[in-house]
Design a binder for this molecule. Structure first.
Ligand code: BYC
Ligand code: FE
Ligand code: FE
Length: 498
């Protein structure tokens, strides 16, 4: 990783290799998988390419398709220099197929096949389970692009607009990564799945995206920053779990995707952080010390901190649902078959990596009470990844709190209780407040406006969403970044709007 903007955050998902692998850029589809030697695969992907471009033009960023955007493009998988920067029109972005280098002698890290050589071909007995995992992963990538497609028009700066588009083209590349696996390894049904990935639509009634959070709206820039901090972090955790897969091509794909993911998380963390910074600075300047003096704070053209907490509550809770049921036989089977590991599987010490006798504590709702139960760890794989995710969320939250503390304002962001506002799993169907109390429907209705963004909140946020499309111009509600992209200044013309 040499991208300087990413080095100030902790999310440097490393590629654990020191070997440089040549990427072929002469082909229509840049790749390091020797595509030109596999005529049938190449033909299938060349057939998919124009349909992908059609999808991008229909469902990708609205407007700005002709703009020159200062983007990074992956040009290799060497950690020391894998990307180049330059102006690109988004439809001309070189979406490539890049796998992290093969690790010689790699073995299946977990489950009943632990220690056997990693699969280079699809294990027949797990074919449909593996395909399902790849399809679900693939489905989230275009979904996020669809969710974010209207944001360009209200970008708070050209710097932010560029970051949005960077995230969008890379999510497009992540779709390519999964489509490559489907088309190369799953024959006719793989090609059908690749087609279906371009047909489902985020939020559409009759053909929605597969997972709940990817059918929610991303209506404003605060949502975008919260999404890239909290929901792209589900991406990080799931990709990390799939990077442990015994199916080696999936593992290698995910390892490279994690490199790009670091920037998405950076955009989220710094986006929220800069918003907090602008709020605190405006409050201090106006001599406002009470963070709940909402009316006065909003008059300054900045976002009050309690509203940011409600926004965060929404994104945290819908993202937690993405981990599936805490107790899941699907989760157990994905692990036991060796198709998906835990976070950091190969490096977990003092563990049999098979979980034959282990237990794990899961919070459940039993007879109207929240209780912790020890359940077989195998069945609690999803719960464990969710717990790891929640721990991983805390770093940025602590750094946001530091900004507030430094300004001398008495306010602290917290994570709502795990079971708050959940639809999937142990807490689904129960009303639980942010403090972790089971409450009645009436209590929920009375309190929800304090826990999730209410109508007045959304109206206010909307009123702030105005374009700032001149180089160096930043909206009142967000502080300029400390540094630009790739050592460019913060007033660089990151997007040349035609
Ligand atoms: N919404 O046993 P269960 C990313 C379904 S994000 C709707 O509870 P399982 C990104 C489930 O599919 C990372 N349906 O859970 C971020 C199953 O249906 P079937 C994406 C849901 O299967 C930002 C049934 O309920 N990658 O990359 O153990 C921007 C029972 O399932 C939901 C992955 O998720 C839901 N929230 O786990 C761009 C990794 N939850 O199969 C990109 C691959 C569950 O019975 N996916 N269901 O019809 C998986 O590992 C698993 O599919 C899940 C679900 C963890 C998602
Ligand atoms: Fe992604
Ligand atoms: Fe991402």
């Amino acid at each position: 990783m040499s991208i300087n903007e990413d080095t100030i955050v902790e999310d440097k998902a490393a590629i654990d290799s020191d070997r440089f692998v040549e990427v072929s850029y002469d082909d229509a589809i840049p790749n390091n998988v020797d595509l030109s030697s596999d005529r049938q695969l190449l033909k299938a992907l060349e057939g998919w390419h124009p349909k992908y471009l059609e999808w991008w033009k229909d469902m990708g960023p609205e407007g700005f398709q002709n703009a020159d955007v200062y983007l990074r493009t992956a040009v290799g998988v060497d950690p020391a220099g894998w990307a180049k920067f330059g102006y690109v029109k988004m439809p001309e972005y070189r979406w490539g197929i890049l796998l992290a280098p093969k690790v010689e002698g790699r073995t299946i890290p977990c489950g009943r096949h632990k220690g056997e050589p990693a699969w280079q071909e699809v294990p027949g007995e797990y074919r449909s389970l593996l395909r399902r995992l790849i399809v679900v992963q693939g489905d989230t990538e275009p979904a996020s692009v669809e969710q974010q497609r209207f944001l360009g028009a209200t970008a708070p700066s050209l710097y932010d607009m560029r970051n949005l588009f960077q995230v969008n083209v890379e999510e497009g590349r992540h779709l390519w990564a999964m489509v490559y696996l489907l088309v190369k390894y799953f024959g006719k049904d793989g090609r059908e799945e690749a087609q279906a990935l371009l047909e489902r639509r985020s939020g559409q009634q009759d053909n929605p995206r597969i997972l709940g959070a990817f059918n929610e709206r991303t209506p404003d820039w605060l949502s975008f920053f919260m999404f890239t901090y909290f929901t792209d972090r589900d991406g990080k955790m799931q990709l990390a779990a799939l990077a442990e897969s015994g199916f080696d091509p999936l593992s290698r794909s995910c390892r490279f995707m994690l490199t790009e993911e670091a920037h998405h998380l950076f955009v989220g963390e710094t986006g929220v952080g800069r918003t907090v910074e602008a709020t605190c600075a405006a409050m201090v300047k106006a001599g406002i010390t009470d963070p709940y003096d909402t009316e006065a704070i909003r008059k300054l053209g900045v976002v009050d901190l309690p509203l940011l907490q409600r926004k965060a509550n929404f994104h945290m809770s819908v993202t937690r649902d993405l981990f599936g049921s805490e107790i899941s036989s699907n989760g157990a089977e994905s692990f036991s078959s060796g198709l998906k590991g835990r976070f950091n599987e190969a490096n977990l010490k003092g563990d049999d990596h098979q979980l034959t006798d282990a237990t794990y504590s899961v919070t459940r709702v039993v007879d109207g009470k929240l209780v912790n139960e020890d359940v077989p760890a195998l069945r609690a794989i999803n719960c464990r990844l969710l717990d790891d995710y929640m721990a991983d969320c805390q770093g940025g939250i602590d750094r946001w709190n530091k900004i507030i503390e430094k300004a001398g304002i008495n306010f602290k962001f917290t994570q709502p209780y795990k079971g708050f506002n959940r639809k999937i799993g142990e807490f689904g169907g129960h009303r639980i407040n942010t403090a972790g109390e089971l409450i009645s429907e009436a209590e929920w209705q009375a309190g929800v406006g304090n826990w999730l963004p209410n109508e007045a909140d959304m109206d206010f946020i909307n009123s702030l969403m105005k374009p700032n499309h001149e180089p160096g111009q930043y909206a009142s509600w967000i502080a300029p970044p400390r540094m630009g992209i790739n050592q460019q200044p913060v007033d660089y013309e990151y997007v040349k709007i035609d």
